[in-house]
Write a protein that binds this ligand. Structure first.
Ligand code: ATP
Ligand code: MG
Length: 694
């Protein structure tokens, strides 16, 4: 992604920017806000702005701190900064920046007590807390509880305030708010007693150190003078507070973002600081960009249509993107009988692209949830195409990479002379880098990983004159710490969330069926659906040229073909396309379902379940719903299963709306089949009767 073009641009840094980008890059020190759509050059603009400020002597590179949201995006920013000759500027994730600062200031603010970071997974501690309070401890439940605690911490909500805040926000919570607050409090106690810090603590403690210790704040502010935030639409209150502590009342802040790519609201992120930036800094330079340099006009047109249907505040800031690249192929749509067939077809198509000369590293398969990767790993293995599952931290834990790094380190200690790339090749020959690649399988994967290290050395040699082996090892260490793997020659498999800010020549958006995209639990919640739509938009806008959109009617080859393609695809498929016929007939089936209040058509799964459209007022019997929920909690506890296993929320709402009085009325509600009727039918009817008989 860091194109060779950018390094060639060194003589005149600003030559490669359009007038608006240039206005942002050359704005005087002070607040700058770039509010623009996908692919319009936001990231490019801020890296050039940093380089420009440094070159014109306004700041030194070491005084710049640029933050973004994923390790890979931070790595991408570092690469681009290096190509612009300002490698001393720091580019990190919020968490990595906080960790570094906390390590440095820790002895001064806490003394010499040793604290450790909870590695990986905090479920064990949440489980202990739940156990202590007699709450369920199944992994799925704990996962929900843990992310709720994360939300609270990211939103700066304390255990004491939690119940009031969630009630004010009308937030859908996985446990009674009072109980959850209790769990949150207990978790914090257990964690503190064990002298552990979780990820969110990094932000909170760093903020506190800066807010409460004058000397720490002064030293920090002397060291960092210029702040840049990429993907600012996804800032959480905890991150914003840290940013404010960094600034300490100064205003040397550049933010860039696209409210229509807000995809972390569930984790507490909000586009509001981006959208309200000029209210906070009325003198800010504001730049809007609409030229899309990333994608072909065909992809851009589709993207505009996807986001054109969006609702809510972020949608108010959207601009129609204007594609700047030459024409490319039209996006492809296809429907398959099942997910296995879908994955096989996608793998086949990827092979054709590769045969036509598209490098594997320029191809990505993007999906909604990580569990979807497996089918693609298998299908790609079958056709012999290398791939990388994103979450690329695995690269540095690979055996051959660890061996290679150890060997390089040893060699570097001898301070050898000579060409960096030759040296690296020679050292890696001893750990298995042969002249010719092995024919396939695991050996080829190992070879590819070693080759990626050589390519990294080539890149370093090209951008940094006279780079030594020692410098290369330092670069590898830094990348390992930041979990920023080099590009391995392989197809990227990634979740849509992880793809933010990145781009590929060819993108396959897969699994575009209702229940997966949008995800099941978003159904019936307008805000959640809008977030899913934005996620879909992020996916569409990752493609430079080739875009494929596919879905399957059944999960397994022998499963029922009862899935429906994503609602986000309506209106996108061209009329003369074979899938359009399917689309029309699906729409007709959907149209057959009618709202029992206004008689209008029902489309969303949740609407069909409720038998009522989203616009009509709910006629839920609230008391009955509350009783049904109580009943479900008890039942779930007895059976030791999560509540949704008994009945989902949607089913309970449907019962509370339709108030069935006998078995046949009950089974007509979707989500209640013969088994459920058998197990719970009599009890549910009794709850309905009791509530009504009173
Ligand atoms: P996203 O919202 O997805 O993060 P972005 O606005 O940050 O997108 P960039 O990644 O900076 O966009 O740019 C998208 C692509 O367009 C990159 O390949 C970049 O090099 C290219 N590009 C941006 N501006 C220009 C320009 N003025 N001329 C040529 N290419 C450009
Ligand atoms: Mg970007």
């Amino acid at each position: 992604m860091g194109s060779a073009l950018e390094s060639n641009r060194r003589p005149d840094l600003l030559e490669g920017l359009d007038p608006e980008q240039r206005a942002a890059a050359t704005a005087p020190r002070g607040p700058v806000c770039v509010l623009a759509g996908a692919g319009t050059g936001k990231t490019r603009t801020i890296t050039h702005r940093i380089a420009h400020l440094v070159r014109s002597g306004h700041v030194s590179a070491g005084q710049v701190l640029a933050v973004t949201f994923t390790a890979r995006a931070a790595g991408e920013m570092r690469t681009r900064l290096r190509q612009l000759g300002v490698e001393a500027a720091q580019a990190r994730t919020f968490h990595a920046a906080a960790l570094r600062q906390l390590r440095y200031f820790w002895p001064r603010v806490v003394g010499d007590r040793q604290w450790d970071l909870i590695e990986g997974n905090k479920l064990r501690l949440v489980g202990q807390a739940a156990n202590r309070l007699g709450m369920p401890t199944e992994v799925e439940v704990l996962r929900d509880l843990a992310s709720e605690i994360e939300w609270a911490k990211a939103s700066l909500v304390s255990p004491d305030d939690y119940p009031a805040v969630v009630s004010r926000l009308n937030r859908d919570v996985p446990e009674a708010p009072g109980r959850l607050a209790e769990l949150y409090r207990t978790y914090e106690q257990l964690k503190n007693n064990a002298q552990l810090l979780d990820f969110d603590d990094l932000l909170l403690h760093t903020t506190a150190a800066l807010e409460e210790h004058k000397a720490v704040a002064e030293e920090f502010r002397d060291r960092y003078r210029c702040f840049v935030v990429d993907e600012y639409q996804d800032v959480t209150p905890a991150q914003q507070r840290l940013l404010d502590a960094w600034l300490g009342g100064r205003d040397d802040l550049t933010v860039v973002g696209d409210a229509n790519q807000t995809i972390y609201s569930f984790g507490g992120a909000s586009p509001r600081p981006l959208l309200d930036f000029t209210r906070r800094f009325p003198e800010a330079t504001v730049v809007r960009l609409e030229r899309d340099y990333r994608s072909t006009p065909q992809v851009v047109a589709l993207a505009n249509r996807v986001i054109g249907a969006a609702r809510g505040r972020p949608a108010g800031s959207r601009l129609d993107l204007v594609g700047q690249r030459p024409d490319g192929p039209p996006p492809r749509f296809a429907e398959y009988d099942d997910e296995v067939a879908e994955a096989a077809a996608v793998a086949g198509r990827i092979r054709e692209l590769r045969d036509a000369g598209v490098p594997a590293s320029e191809i990505a398969v993007l999906y909604r949830v990580n569990a979807q990767s497996e089918a693609y790993e298998q299908a790609l293995s079958e056709v012999g195409i290398p791939y990388l599952v994103r979450g690329g931290e695995r690269f540095f834990s690979r055996r051959e990479v660890r061996q290679a790094m150890a060997a390089l380190r040893t060699a570097a200690a001898g301070e050898p002379d000579g060409d960096l790339v030759d040296l690296v090749r020679r050292v890696l020959a001893d750990v298995g880098l042969t002249e010719q690649p092995p024919s396939g399988g695991a050996a080829k994967e190992r070879w590819d990983a070693l080759l990626a290290l050589v390519e990294l050395a080539e890149e370093l040699a090209a951008t940094t004159g006279g780079a030594t082996l020692g410098r290369f090892v330092a670069e590898l260490d830094q990348r390992a710490a930041a979990q920023h793997p080099p590009t391995v020659e392989g197809v990227t498999l990634a979740s849509l969330h992880a793809a933010k800010g990145l781009e590929w020549d060819a993108v396959f958006l897969v699994g575009l069926a209702e229940g997966t995209m949008p995800i099941q639990h978003a159904d019936g919640n307008d805000e959640a659906i809008e977030e899913e739509r934005r996620l879909f938009y992020v996916g569409v806008t990752r493609a430079r040229e080739y875009l494929s959109l596919t879905w399957a009617l059944a999960r397994n080859p022998d499963g029922r073909r009862n899935r429906r393609r994503s609602r986000f695809l309506y209106g996108l498929i061209p009329e003369d396309h074979p899938a359009a016929r399917v689309a029309r007939s699906q729409k007709q089936t959907a149209l057959k379902a009618r709202c029992r209040i206004c008689g209008g058509p029902l489309i969303a799964t949740m609407e069909i379940k409720l038998g009522r459209c989203g616009k009509c007022p709910a006629d839920v019997d609230e008391e009955l719903l509350a009783r049904l929920k109580e009943w479900r909690v008890e039942r779930a506890r007895e059976l030791k299963v999560p509540a949704f296993v008994v009945f989902t929320d949607a089913t309970l709402v449907a019962i509370a709306e339709q108030r069935p009085t006998d078995d046949s009325a009950l089974v007509s509600i979707s989500g209640i089949g013969a088994t459920k009727l058998d197990r719970f039918g009599a009890e549910v009817l009794a709850v309905v009767r009791d509530c009504h008989g009173k």
